[in-house]
Design a protein around this ligand. Sequence first.
Ligand SMILES: [Zn+2]
Length: 392
Amino acid sequence: MNAKEIIKQSVEAKIDDYMAIVQSLYDNPEIGNEEFETMALLVDYLTKAGFETQAGYVVPTGFLGTYDSGKPGLTIAFMCEYDALPEVGHGCGHNLIAAIGVAAGEALKAVIDQYGGKVLVVGTPAEENFGGKVSMAEAGVFDNVDVALMVHPGTKNGVGGRSNALYPLKFEFFGKNAHACRPSEGASALDAAVMSFVQINLLRQFMAPHTYIHGVISDGGKAANVIPAYASLDYYFRAPNFAYAKEVAQKAEKIAESIAMANGTTVETSVYECPYEDTVINYKLAELLTEKYQELGLTDIEPVDEVATGSTDVGAVSYKCPTIQGYIKIAEDWVQGHSKEMADATISPAGKAGLIKAAQGIALVALQLLEEPETFAEVQKEQTETLSKLLG
Ligand SMILES: [Zn+2]
């Protein structure tokens, strides 16, 4: 049997085990940074499958599974997400992503001794809220990785897309309480917040396309009869790249500072959630995944989605090594992204079929890179060129 067949059969032969993982996570959904039982289950599976494993890797619910052929070669990482959402459980299908990563890792492990190199299965928790991949990327987990691969389930087959950089900034205004009928003795933190809110809105006209500002007044005082000494604004600044998102955030910071100065309050700003980088697209990897999906009989494969909508921590990885987050269709178009229906799709026959194709697809991309150094060189060259354009 050739390596391609070994990979395909590895996934198919163990599909019941993989679906048992999907079901078990579905039955016991754990939200970001609380995925301890999920991590234990995945680590246990990988250990039994012959990987060297580390639980609590970099972050409390992160893990690493390593299989080293002992011979020099590429390091291929398959990423597993496994955090759930409050109320809708695995409504984003991360239980399926976990099983896809494990299945792809096990499939590549079955052939990598022939080529040399290492297979990593990286457990990257808390995609929805704390950005596990950001912490891992910062800790250097992907510095020596040659390619990172994953597939997210959804309503379409696709080979990835852009995502927005996100810079979250909190503005806290500090004024002086006073009786509302003696306002001249106070300084209104709320007024500073409202004025800043309005002025930041006026920034929009002057921003580059596809930049978003969304903010809320997260604290506007507690009683109408009191001049508020405290008020706060929570903002997301999103842009096609991280540097620009930060630049817009800094303009907003200047606005808040000048307004606070003008009305006798002070302002403090803080990055209150995890900033996300945009996703760097590697078109060569996208082309390879398209070919594999086609070989596996998938149709209606969407090209790279050039219009960024949301933000993801995959972006952080994509700045460290060539990365792809493909998509696999497991539900009809009308099914929403974060819904109970999407969770149900992960344990359906379509979820199972998607798991097989997705795991085979990314494992076969990895195989081609192991077999053809010239193809890997193309992937790497594109990455270097794109990053040098982005980072200057
Ligand atoms: Zn997701």
